[in-house]
Design a protein around this ligand. Structure first.
Ligand code: FAD
Ligand code: UDP
Length: 376
């Protein structure tokens, strides 16, 4: 058997490229995944109670890229949804990103008003300030407030999630959830925010329905028969695994997800509640808020961060810090030596803490810049 392309991994990276190659280049694609389903970590399915859940943790779609939005809109209708998160701090729920309402809930009225005025004078209204930057501010009252927020919202959560202090991680990690100088209580401020109306798996099913795409699940590419020939390959799995860990293991964090069903219409006031300092878990997500599903009963995902153990749990989060970057560089020079015969794309193959839209954008760019111009 021969195929023009072998694509390893049916998550966003592999599926977008399979679709582009099949429809624009009109070439054949064998898309394999060692899991028994498509959609990678974005996979969703009905649980035993009929509630739509995300098997690998809650996935909220948001993007500022019109290109990504238009591209995905070919394969799904959307359910409008803006994610809101509360954090349990000192026994009460306060909005995260930490905003003016969070201040008012934790401080006496007069003091909260003074601090708001100070923040607006320093940063301007509506600005989002990363906590590590706020901690460096020249003004002592702002530094003290930053330390207060750091200790109550970031330090404990980050310790649980990464087993590190915020200062030991690349600043971009905590900057994902900056302090909000204002009232906006949305978790994301992107122009486009929505959930695929029929779920992510349905979106992938439509994306992969092209006759040039042959899908083979429960298949590790290393176990494909020797008689199978392909001209080119896209790899979206872990880059260190591809090279037999010859430069060592790239570190990851994993998560154990506990799914809990409750016979109540609604368990918590927002889609997600974070527990920075109490509880052994980091957050609880209630899927019905996000999906808009109308059904009696509700299912929750409780996230317990774990060290990643290769072969035993899923490598969920690349750990953005200099030690990992140094190992990744070594693998990247191996990629260069392959001289373009295998293309590496995705969260695991690029070892980048990408959101879904960033993976789609990256795959579309690789297609346009590298794959589309290739000789047939
Ligand atoms: P993956 O989805 O991991 O797909 C890679 C696929 O390759 C996998 O299915 C794997 O089985 C397969 N594979 C690997 N090796 C082999 C092999 N040897 N043979 C065959 N198959 C192989 N992003 C957001 O935008 N919003 C969110 O709210 C959000 N929440 C998240 C929550 C969690 C807990 C996690 C972990 C991630 C979250 N993300 C979120 C990020 C999102 O999951 C990723 O950006 C996206 O799914 C990455 O797609 P990918 O194709 O690169 O990788
Ligand atoms: N974070 C935190 N407290 C919170 C929310 C986030 O300390 O209440 C930090 C933590 O380090 C986390 C990072 O900000 O890993 C990014 O949060 P995000 O919600 O974007 O993480 P993801 O959804 O990717 O797991």
């Amino acid at each position: 058997m021969t195929t023009d392309w072998l694509i390893v991994g049916a998550g966003f990276a592999g599926s977008v490229l399979a679709e582009r190659i099949a429809s624009i280049r009109n070439e054949s694609v064998l898309l394999v995944d060692r899991r028994d389903h498509i959609a990678g970590n974005a996979y969703d399915t009905l649980d035993e109670h009929g509630v739509l859940v995300h098997q690998y943790g809650p996935h909220l779609f948001h993007t500022n890229s019109e290109q990504v939005w238009d591209y995905l809109s070919q394969f799904t209708e959307w359910h409008p949804y803006e994610h809101r998160v509360l954090a349990s701090v000192e026994g009460q729920f306060v909005p995260v990103p930490f905003n003016f309402e969070s201040l008012r809930r934790l401080w006496p009225k007069d003091r909260a008003e003074q601090l708001q005025a100070r923040l607006v004078a320093e940063y301007g209204s509506g600005v989002r300030v990363p906590i590590l930057r706020m901690l460096q501010h020249q003004d002592q009252s702002i530094r003290e407030l930053a330390q207060y927020i750091h200790d109550r919202v970031f330090a404990g959560y980050t310790r649980k999630q990464w087993d590190l202090d915020p200062s030991q991680l690349d600043p971009s990690v905590t900057a994902r959830v900056p302090v909000q100088i204002g009232e906006d209580d949305r978790y994301f401020q992107d122009r486009f925010q929505a959930m695929p109306r029929d779920g992510y798996t349905a979106l992938f099913r439509r994306m992969l329905s092209h006759p040039n795409i042959h899908l083979q699940l429960s298949t590790d590419y290393r176990e494909l028969p020797a008689s199978l020939e392909w001209r080119r390959m896209v790899y979206t799995g872990p880059i260190d695994e591809f090279f037999g860990y010859r430069h060592g293991h790239l570190p990851y964090r994993s998560v154990r997800l506990e799914f809990r069903h409750e016979e109540t219409a609604q368990f918590q006031p927002t889609g997600t509640v974070n527990y920075p300092n109490s509880e052994p878990y980091t957050r609880i997500t209630e899927f019905k808020h996000m999906t808009g599903q109308q059904i009696a009963g509700t299912t929750l995902a409780v996230e317990y961060p774990q060290p990643h153990e290769p072969g035993r749990n899923v490598p969920y989060y690349p750990i953005p810090r200099p030690e990992s970057a140094a190992i990744y560089e070594k693998y990247q020079s191996e990629v260069a030596a392959l001289a373009g015969s295998t293309i590496f794309v995705g969260r695991l193959a690029d070892y980048r803490y990408y959101n879904m839209d960033q993976v789609v954008a990256r795959a579309l760019k690789v297609f346009e810049d590298t794959i589309e111009p290739m000789a047939k």
